[in-house]
Write a protein that binds this ligand. Structure first.
Ligand SMILES: [Zn+2]
Length: 56
């Protein structure tokens, strides 16, 4: 199964071994999380940043 990385749009294999999915790598995952933290992709919700900190 193929997967497109939301950050760099690279097509990667969607395997059980990829713990960074849907991202292609840890780097892309962290970049995306950083964008959320900075409010770039902020959506209207009641979620606070501490929720995301737990996932890092
Ligand atoms: Zn990527």
């Amino acid at each position: 199964m193929l997967n497109k990385c939301p950050n760099c749009k690279k097509i990667t294999k969607h395997t059980n071994g990829n713990k960074f999915r849907p991202f292609c790598s840890e780097k892309c995952k962290l970049i995306d999380f950083g964008a959320w933290a900075s409010g770039e992709f902020k959506i209207s919700s009641n979620k606070n940043e501490s929720e995301y900190d737990e996932n890092l």
